[in-house]
Ligand binder design. Structure first.
Ligand code: V0V
Ligand code: CO
Length: 152
């Protein structure tokens, strides 16, 4: 690899796969499926009105940056939300992936400098007090991508 000059050397600072977001119609049924089938337990559950989701974080493993990797199960709370729209078009399934960083605004700026559209340069409230930024799926090979900075 070596040090590429210019925008490619700007800070990305992504140190883990934080979560894989899965769109589901029935959060409780989805939680039960992952508990019974894979033995994963819910570490955190909340409603995020801004994002229009009721969601649960199921911890899978710790990561070498001191964070962890989760499954994030997402049920829409209203018909005009991104997850409701996704379910209508694609049905249940993988909705997004999220990379962890210690500085989400700076990471978003670094990725944005590489030509990826940053959907919300001003970080928004994510799960458990985290701060999140979304990147356009069309600039990520069809994968909706989130950057997340945990509360601590
Ligand atoms: C839409 N598209 C996707 C997609 N959603 N492609 C891959 N993965 C997805 N999840 C594609 C869709 O198939 C269309 O492609 C095109 O993008 C436009 O889609 P659309 O249905 O017209 O939707 P838009 O353009 O109104 O909105 C799409 C975006 C929107 C991605 C801009 O969903 C968004 O802003 N999402 C970010 C917020 C979010 O998703 N929140 C929920 C998770 P074709 O058919 O035209 O080729 S909240 C969360 O993760 C939290 C709280 C957390 O982690 O803490
Ligand atoms: Co997420």
């Amino acid at each position: 690899m070596g040090e590429a000059p210019g925008p490619a050397s700007a800070f990305p600072g992504l140190t883990r796969l934080d979560h894989v977001g899965i769109a589901c119609r029935d959060l409780d049924a989805s939680i039960a499926f992952y508990r019974q089938t894979y033995g994963f337990e819910v570490e955190h559950e909340e409603v995020n009105e801004e994002q229009g989701v009721r969601e649960a974080m199921l911890r899978i493993n710790g990561t070498d940056d001191g964070g962890a990797t989760y499954l994030q199960l997402l049920e829409p709370t209203r018909d005009d939300s991104p997850v409701a729209k996704f379910l209508e078009r694609h049905g249940e399934g993988v909705h997004h992936i999220a990379f962890g960083t210690s500085d989400v605004a700076r990471s978003a700026e670094g990725v944005g400098a590489r030509g990826v559209r940053v959907l919300n340069p001003e970080p928004r409230a994510g799960t458990a007090g985290s701060r999140i930024v979304f990147l356009h799926p069309k600039d990520n090979g069809g994968v909706l991508t989130e950057l997340v900075q945990t509360a601590h």
